[in-house]
Design a protein around this ligand. Structure first.
Ligand code: SF4
Length: 184
């Protein structure tokens, strides 16, 4: 029997750290392990688009999920994902196996099971007191990023069952080892 070719979908910044918000560590050499593993094992890598770069550019602030949980953000995410979903359905129909989606925990867009949230995040940053209060109210919450939720829904719509794996934005090395061991 012919061996099925495998593919993985990865968040954009795993391959292109320049897309990250300014101030977030852009050294993603730790991703090399992940990419090497896939390449060594002939696993195709599909790079997902970066929704935040597309919608807000490289000068954007760090956001929280509360701000992106809007109809606009979801519609734009869907629009960005549509061409990819067409490709993915084609691959699946032609017996390729999508072995996983790898996202970035902490991201309000690409978190898999952890996202930054903040009820008061946003609005006017007039003085340091306001800024400090907002920062203090930032919560690392359970849940997926909005872009990942849209991707999950789209894959479900086409009955494509794919596991989702997180890389931890603030502790990537450990998470990468764990992700590799789970994905094998
Ligand atoms: S986590 Fe997602 S939104 Fe954030 S930089 Fe990476 S690809 Fe872009």
């Amino acid at each position: 029997m012919k061996k099925r070719s495998k593919m993985v979908l990865v968040s954009h910044c795993i391959l292109n750290p320049c897309s990250k918000v300014e101030g977030v560590k852009k050294d993603t050499s730790y991703n090399l392990k992940l990419v090497k593993y896939f390449m060594k094992n002939d696993i195709g890598i599909i790079q997902l688009p970066c929704p935040e770069m597309y919608m807000y550019g490289s000068k954007r602030w760090g956001h929280v999920k509360n701000q992106f949980d809007t109809r606009f953000f979801r519609e734009q995410s869907k629009e960005l994902l549509n061409p990819l979903i067409s490709q993915i359905t084609d691959y699946v129909e032609n017996d390729y196996e999508i072995i996983g989606v790898i996202g970035i925990n902490g991201s309000p867009s690409c978190g898999i099971n952890k996202v930054c949230t903040g009820e008061t995040w946003g609005g006017e940053f007039r003085n340091l007191d306001i800024v400090n209060r907002k920062v203090k109210e930032l919560v690392y919450s359970d849940g997926s990023g909005v872009f990942m939720e849209v991707l999950m829904e789209s894959l479900r719509y086409y009955d494509i069952d794919v596991p989702f794996y997180p890389i931890e934005e603030f502790n990537p090395d450990d998470m990468i080892n764990e992700t590799i061991s789970r994905i094998i």
